[in-house]
Design a protein around this ligand. Structure first.
Ligand code: ATP
Length: 267
């Protein structure tokens, strides 16, 4: 088939499709992390190398070629976490499971958490806020949250309001840190989240709220934060904190945030 002055065959189309899928997966894995900058830097050097090679600058081409060879090894070391997660996703997923690899790539709707689960989260938030207990609840969207789950105590429990409330009870050994919910299951408790420290973070904010902002900045997850001091419920999404949300609005707001599909720029 001819497209303009190009001769394109099915193998070319398949090739471009597979490379796009691969680059998209790499982007999903590294976005929001420091690794994304390294990845972009390496890509920039590679494009520069192609230009230099095209211009026939032999010496510079040889130097860049050597640099990229060493860089490839360095990339494997720098990206070891991401590579591990990538292989885990492939290993765990089949097209037939709910978490299918293709579904993760192709789906547009990201609202995996059911209304009943959201109701449990809202009811639990209401009870926790009424008792002036602090809480931090992370609800996943599309990003893989394994590296945050690994920092806490693995539970993989069915969603329930009583369980959520008791996990944050101040006498519970698991009350500190955050709970991470993935596809409607309580995956882990006592998780450590990244803390937001940018210039746009109000200095009056405590660490619970900063962690909520940091997590929603680093991933596409939606984070509910309940203040121990004021009993106020806030929700962090895409790095922004929406403060003091009335309990009767919480479910709608969560549904809205969890189903919106804004593509964030990598930090
Ligand atoms: N990086 C973090 N990851 C997970 N949880 C955190 C993190 N930082 C703080 N927390 C939680 O927040 C608690 C401390 O909250 P702190 O009082 O500093 O925050 P705050 O935003 O003022 O909240 P509050 O209004 O509830 O006091 C810790 O005991 C811990 O449970």
């Amino acid at each position: 088939m001819r497209v303009g002055f190009l001769n394109v065959n099915w193998a070319d189309i398949l090739d471009v499709f597979l490379v796009s899928v691969l680059l998209y997966q790499v982007y999903i894995l590294v976005r929001g992390s420091i690794a994304s900058r390294v990845f972009l830097g390496y890509l920039f050097v590679y494009v520069f190398y192609l230009v230099v090679k095209g211009l026939g600058l032999g010496l510079l081409t040889a130097i860049l070629q050597y640099f990229m060879g060493v860089g490839a090894v360095a990339l494997i070391v720098i990206f070891q976490q991401e590579i591990r997660r990538f292989l885990l996703i492939i290993g765990k997923s089949t097209i037939h499971t709910n978490n299918g690899f293709l579904k993760k790539i192709l789906r547009n709707s990201v609202l995996d958490v059911q209304s009943k689960d959201l109701r449990d989260i809202v009811e639990a938030s209401k009870a926790i806020a009424a008792n002036f207990t602090g809480a931090l609840i992370v609800v996943n969207k599309r990003d893989d949250l394994s590296k945050f789950i690994e920092t806490g105590e693995l539970l993989d429990a069915r969603m329930s309001k009583p369980l959520l409330v008791s996990l944050f009870n101040q006498y519970s050994e698991l009350h500190d840190g955050a709970i991470v919910i993935v596809d409607g299951r309580i995956k882990a408790a006592r998780c450590v989240l990244p803390v937001a420290d940018g210039v746009d973070v109000p200095s009056s904010l405590g660490f619970r709220h900063r962690a909520a902002m940091g997590m929603s900045e680093a991933t596409d997850a939606v984070v509910i934060v309940i203040s121990e001091q004021t009993g106020r419920i806030s929700v962090a999404v895409e790095g922004e904190l929406h403060g003091n949300i009335p309990i009767n609005e919480l479910q709608n707001r969560l549904e809205e945030y969890l189903s919106s599909d804004v593509q964030r720029m990598p930090k």
